[in-house]
Design a protein around this ligand. Structure first.
Ligand code: GUN
Length: 285
């Protein structure tokens, strides 16, 4: 059984990003700059943001944290995004999700300059992805595609199942796989008999958001399982897939931690340097 380890793949992406960051910094006299926005006090978000900032430092990218406590209003958040949109020194903006309930994700994304959308969540960037001419790709699905390529798991002509239909993982994941010539089935909480689809699939990407929901009974011996889930339970981290149950019974599986998580961070930095280059090229026109 193959352990689909995300760490060496993420490291190789970061090495490439670091080279591009160095070239950018030499050319423009300053590094690419990611503004990181934290709204509220979600403990898991605090860990993810720290990891993203550490990765920025590793590749020589500048990051600046903007924190809004949970009592702040949507108007205050909009004002911050507007300020970052027009700040010529900022190339990428990331608003960590989830936010406290009285904030609107849609409003935040609508107000963001799509050329600074490091996550690739803005409707314009998702529309470009749907149209087959992506500008930036949502980081987690982009990272999953890189992992599949790295381990020579070809999806062309294969049946691939995605579980979960979120805007940030499931839907763009299905789009990227389709663009790579997979035949994609998108399953979700209302799908009847998920096993009927997953047992026969070449690859299953699980982004259901339910800890350890999927055990070995869901998968066939020839299936590669990519676990996008990330849950903090009793001081431990686990995914949507019950790794121990599947060990040795599937063709390959990505662990949590050590799987997709590191890829999400690496692709965020890939997107940020790509956007920084687009913005600087436009400034010259
Ligand atoms: N929350 C969970 N995943 C993500 C992500 O990729 N980006 C942001 N901004 N928030 C998230």
């Amino acid at each position: 059984m193959l352990t689909i380890d995300g760490r060496p793949v993420a490291e190789s992406v970061l090495v490439e990003v670091a080279k591009d960051v160095k070239k950018f910094t030499d050319n423009y006299g300053r590094p690419p700059h990611l503004a990181v926005v934290n709204v509220g006090d979600d403990p898991a978000s605090a860990i993810y943001l720290r990891n993203k900032e550490k990765a920025c430092a590793q590749v020589g990218m500048q990051s600046t944290r903007h924190s809004l406590d949970k009592e702040r209003s949507q108007e205050e958040l909009d004002a911050l995004i507007t300020k970052l949109n027009s700040d010529g020194d900022v190339h990428g903006i990331l608003v960590q999700l989830p936010m406290p309930k009285h904030f609107s994700v849609d409003a935040v994304l609508d107000s963001m300059n799509p050329l600074k959308d490091s996550d690739g969540f803005h409707p314009e960037n998702l529309g470009l992805l749907m149209s087959g001419r992506p500008r930036v790709k949502p980081c987690t699905p982009y990272g999953v595609m890189k992992m599949l390529q790295h381990y020579d798991i070809s999806v062309s002509g294969q049946n691939v199942v995605v579980i979960g239909r979120s805007n940030i993982v499931g839907k763009p994941m299905a789009q990227l796989l389709t663009a790579a010539n997979a035949t994609v089935t998108l399953c979700h909480s209302k799908t009847k008999d998920i096993k009927k689809f997953t047992k026969e699939a070449h690859v299953v990407v699980v982004a259901a958001g339910q800890p350890k929901m999927f055990d070995a009974s869901y998968f066939g011996p020839n299936t590669f399982v990519i676990d996008v889930g990330m849950h903090h339970i009793d001081g431990k981290i686990c995914g949507d897939v019950d790794f121990d149950s599947c060990k040795g019974k599937v063709k390959g599986i990505s662990p949590v931690p050590g799987g997709v998580g590191k890829m999400t961070v690496a692709m965020l930095l890939r997107n940020t340097i790509d956007l920084a280059l687009i913005q600087e090229a436009r400034r010259k026109l």
